[in-house]
Write a new protein. Structure first.
Length: 228
């Protein structure tokens, strides 16, 4: 989710989906309405996320001979930036309309855009990617689902690989019950949860959003041990 205010239609769709015990169903509804001009995607920036762009420009990762996956592909801008660094890039989203929109936005793209469910990924994705990029997906899920989503994301990372996580931050003293999502921003403990036994936190930053300086964002980088 964006640090921009979430529009009322987005929140209404999410609440309707949650009431129907379908916590991820609202993504397809939102993208479908947006494709018809009846809604806006509040996190669609028309470019890669600034924190991802900054990381790419600073770390200058070389994707030659490596595989990457972008979680929650949306309309594809983040995946295109990753692919530009030479990674063989897979980008997936639970919304078929989001994937079709990404393909339309980027004709001739090198990215393999796929519809897939984070909670039930293809078995051959387990520990298969040298770079895993997660931006705002976990925080778009209700808090009870976040630990499972985090575990599935970490499990995509190959030995020796890098996991990059970007999320809106929440102060530790803000109770879960007071958060009317989406989004449901992440406490420090939720960021720490990405670190499985063989994942090491190598960098963590917390910085204000350029859109709203009162809102802070995490950017965390983890690495998996080379030897399993």
């Amino acid at each position: 989710m964006s640090t921009d205010p979430v529009n009322p239609r987005t929140r209404d769709l999410a609440h309707e989906s949650l009431a129907a015990d379908d916590p991820t169903g609202w993504f397809e509804q939102l993208y479908a309405e947006a494709s018809e001009g009846r809604a806006e995607i509040p996190w669609d920036r028309g470019m890669a996320h600034a924190q991802l762009t900054d990381w790419v420009e600073t770390a200058r990762p070389d994707g030659t001979g490596k595989k990457a996956v972008v979680v929650g592909a949306g309309t594809g801008w983040d995946a295109e930036l990753v692919a530009d660094r030479g990674f063989v890039t897979t980008a997936f989203d639970i919304s078929p309309t989001a994937i079709e929109t990404a393909k339309q936005n980027h004709p001739g793209s090198k990215v393999n855009y796929l519809t897939a469910d984070l909670f039930n990924p293809p078995p051959d994705w387990r520990r298969a990617f040298d770079l895993v990029v997660e931006i705002y997906t976990v925080q778009a899920l209700p808090i009870p689902l976040q630990p499972s989503a985090t575990e599935h994301i970490s499990d995509l990372l190959a030995p020796g690989g890098t996991l990059l996580v970007i999320a809106v931050a929440r102060e530790d003293d803000v109770p879960d019950a007071t958060i009317e999502g989406p989004p449901w921003p992440l406490k420090r403990a939720a960021i720490d949860a990405f670190g499985a036994a063989d994942l090491k936190l190598v960098d963590l930053g917390r910085s204000p959003s350029p859109i709203d300086p009162s809102v802070y964002r995490w950017r965390a980088m983890y690495q998996r041990d080379s030897a399993e």
